[in-house]
Design a protein around this ligand. Structure first.
Ligand code: MN
Length: 384
């Protein structure tokens, strides 16, 4: 196998998103070294911080895929971000996340700080998150006080607990993983992962065998889900183990096909039943024809199948809500139950009433029937 054939196929891109005016994310495509960084600080400072971080990691890149050495490069990047701020590049208090990976055959060394992520997509279609977010919501999920789903829409979801640029003694998480043949590495900033659930990321990665097409589709999905943040993703296809493929005895091929087909049928049947039960227990709110509508089920489609049942429309005008709420409702706001969806609808109604233009002297429609429960009244009957 020549060196050229061992070169992994890869692609990466960064997109400003649909809301922010500047892009504070940076990425590094320098095989065998890859990285993403999500800068913080505003006024272009985040952009400086993330750029300084990836440049410094590259300048201090280890010779081989060794996580301790990569961790030292991350510490150098931390120092460089602090020095840049002190020297008037960017501004004081700027910082950045950093998720860097160095690849050597099946070995991947990772250094990680913040809430950007590294994933391994296995050939069987499963997606494994190999980094742990250094964020407030990730801590709450680990403690069990927040679900993964809730963490994606939590108001404090972007509060990170570790970053480059503030603590001179900062240490990165460092580790090595051994990939299996045909695995795919994904590095991404939270502009992707907080808007596109892991299941959808897995789906997109498996539908796009070309790294560039996968990167483009991931960014498109995050934009479609709102694009509130800068979106960066890097996809690296790890070299196939060609020798192993050649040595596989051909006469067992039919047996493999039969066994895999049976396994696949079982998995699909189990998954379909599970997905259906899951979907029927859930609910979501979505903007439709200018008003908030409550559905049972889940927004979008699951494997091309729509699992949603319209429960009730409402009189809550979407334009009476805040812009972030409007954007969230455009994508669909999921809840754990129908009761929770109606509780949210009630909250939206209160807010819409606050934001709505003062009523015209002649109301066009009479106020609706009060369906809420009347305030509890003290009954004094029989009291002394
Ligand atoms: Mn971000």
């Amino acid at each position: 196998m020549s060196a050229a054939e061992r070169q992994p196929r890869f692609a990466g891109a960064s997109d400003v998103g649909r809301v922010r005016s500047g892009n504070e994310d940076s990425l590094l495509l320098a095989p065998p070294l890859f990285a993403v960084a999500d800068g913080l600080g505003g006024h272009q400072a985040g952009e400086v911080a993330s750029r300084v971080a990836v440049d410094t990691v590259l300048a201090n890149a280890p010779r081989k895929a060794d996580s301790k050495s990569l961790g030292r490069a991350a510490r150098a990047a931390n120092k460089a971000v602090m020095e840049a701020a002190a020297a008037g590049r960017g501004r004081a208090g700027m910082g950045t996340t950093l998720t860097a990976a160095m690849i050597d055959g099946p070995r991947i060394a990772v250094a990680h700080v913040g809430d950007s992520r590294a994933y391994l997509m296995h050939r069987d279609g499963s997606l494994e998150r190999i980094t742990q977010d250094h964020s407030m919501v990730a801590d709450l999920v680990r403690q069990g006080s927040l679900t993964e789903e809730e963490s994606r829409t939590h108001p404090n979801r972007s509060v990170i607990t570790r970053a480059l640029g503030s603590d001179p003694n900062m240490n990165a998480d460092t580790f090595e993983v051994t990939a299996r043949p045909g695995d795919r590495l994904l590095l991404a900033t939270d502009g992707l992962t907080s808007l596109v659930p892991d299941g959808d990321i897995a789906d997109i990665l498996s539908r796009h065998p070309e790294p560039q097409a996968a990167v483009d589709a991931l960014i498109a999905a995050a934009r479609l889900a709102g694009g509130y943040d800068n979106i960066t993703s890097v996809v690296v296809d790890l070299a196939e183990d060609e020798e192993a493929a050649v040595q596989k005895p051909a006469r067992n091929a039919w047996l493999h096909v039969a066994l895999w087909t049976l396994a696949l049928i079982a998995v699909v049947a189990l998954a379909a039943g599970g997905v259906y039960r899951y979907a029927t227990s859930r609910a979501f709110l979505v903007a439709e024809d200018g008003v908030v509508v409550v559905y049972r089920g889940v927004p979008g489609t699951v494997a091309g199948v729509s699992l949603r049942w319209r429960d009730q429309s409402s009189d809550v005008q979407v334009t009476d809500l805040s812009l972030p709420e409007q954007a969230a409702l455009k994508a669909g706001v999921t809840t754990d139950s129908l009761a929770q969806a109606y509780a949210m609808l009630a909250a939206y109604r209160v807010e819409a009433a606050k934001n709505a233009a003062p009523p015209s002297p002649v109301p066009l429609t009479p106020p609706g029937e009060a369906t809420g429960t009347a305030p509890p009244t003290q009954t004094a009957t029989g009291a002394p």
